[in-house]
Ligand binder design. Structure first.
Ligand SMILES: Nc1ncnc2c1ncn2[C@@H]1O[C@H](COP(=O)(O)OP(=O)(O)OP(=O)(O)O)[C@@H](O)[C@H]1O
Ligand SMILES: [Mg+2]
Length: 240
């Protein structure tokens, strides 16, 4: 359904992504992990047209979408959330969802469906700026979902949440995947969460593919253990 081929991105002399290739199957939940600064968010930014890639191609449903603009990518059916919680803070919760529904899906009723799916009815009239972190993240997710996306990309959606909130959020992610049939790419640095949620994952390190394969086998991979999990410089020590 989705693929990158040899994707690279440099910012001046800094190489944020180098030759990254991976594929995502229709209907799957695909994981991305990697240390701080590995290039995870840059990968999302390049895929969603915020930055053009320095080289490489991006494919969605058989179409080469490299260099498409963010609005074109949205209209094709790809939506994303941001690592830093981002809403239209002067608008109500409901109007945030309506922005996604009207811009992305051109189907206003999509906002009501998402409001119900995410259980946001009780706060629908509240301004988005007055919400707790968990609800803010649900609103950002809801605006993305209301575009009627076929591929949903989530950038560390559970960072900063309590264990109980993480479990609720995971349940919602699974429902979006199973009930709405949305394919999901999720960035998450906690490997145990990613292993329980996904079948396959990609681990980036210094902008390059460190691991691509079965999520269950990731902790047995020698390079993953060396670079990402264990010892000095491993994620257990490095990640904030
Ligand atoms: N717009 C930009 N201009 C210059 N450098 C950038 C830009 N965006 C990202 N970078 C750099 O690219 C590298 C990768 O950053 P990126 O945000 O993609 O990492 P990440 O894997 O998402 O990290 P984190 O886990 O902290 O979110 C970093 O060195 C970062 O400083
Ligand atoms: Mg990031």
């Amino acid at each position: 359904m989705f693929a990158t081929k040899g994707l690279s991105k440099s910012f001046g002399r800094l190489t944020a992504l180098l030759n990254v290739s991976f594929e995502v199957e229709e209907g799957e939940i695909f994981g991305i992990a990697g240390p701080n600064g590995a290039g995870k968010s840059t990968l999302f930014n390049v895929i969603t047209g915020i930055y053009p890639p320095s080289s490489g191609r991006i494919f969605f449903r058989g179409k080469d979408i490299t260099n498409y603009k963010p609005d074109q990518i949205c209209h094709l059916g790809i939506a994303r959330t941001f690592q830093i919680p981002t809403t239209f803070h002067t608008l109500s919760v409901y109007d945030n969802l309506r922005v996604g529904a009207i811009f992305g899906a051109r189907r206003p009723q999509s906002a009501d469906e998402v409001l119900e799916l995410l259980g946001l009815e009780a706060v629908r009239h509240r301004p988005a700026r007055n919400l707790d972190l968990y609800t803010t993240k649900l609103v950002m997710l809801g605006a993305a979902l209301a575009t009627d996306c076929k591929l949903l990309m989530l950038d560390e959606p559970m960072a900063g949440l309590s264990m109980a909130e993480i479990n609720q959020f995971l349940e919602i992610v699974r429902r979006i995947n199973q009930e709405k049939g949305v394919t999901i790419i999720i960035i998450e640095h906690l490997l145990d969460i990613l292993i329980s949620l996904t079948k396959r994952m990609l681990i980036l390190s210094d902008g390059q593919v460190l691991y691509l394969g079965d999520s269950k086998e990731v902790t047995a991979d020698r390079r993953v253990v060396e670079v990402y999990l264990g010892g000095k410089g491993g994620i257990a020590h490095a990640h904030r």
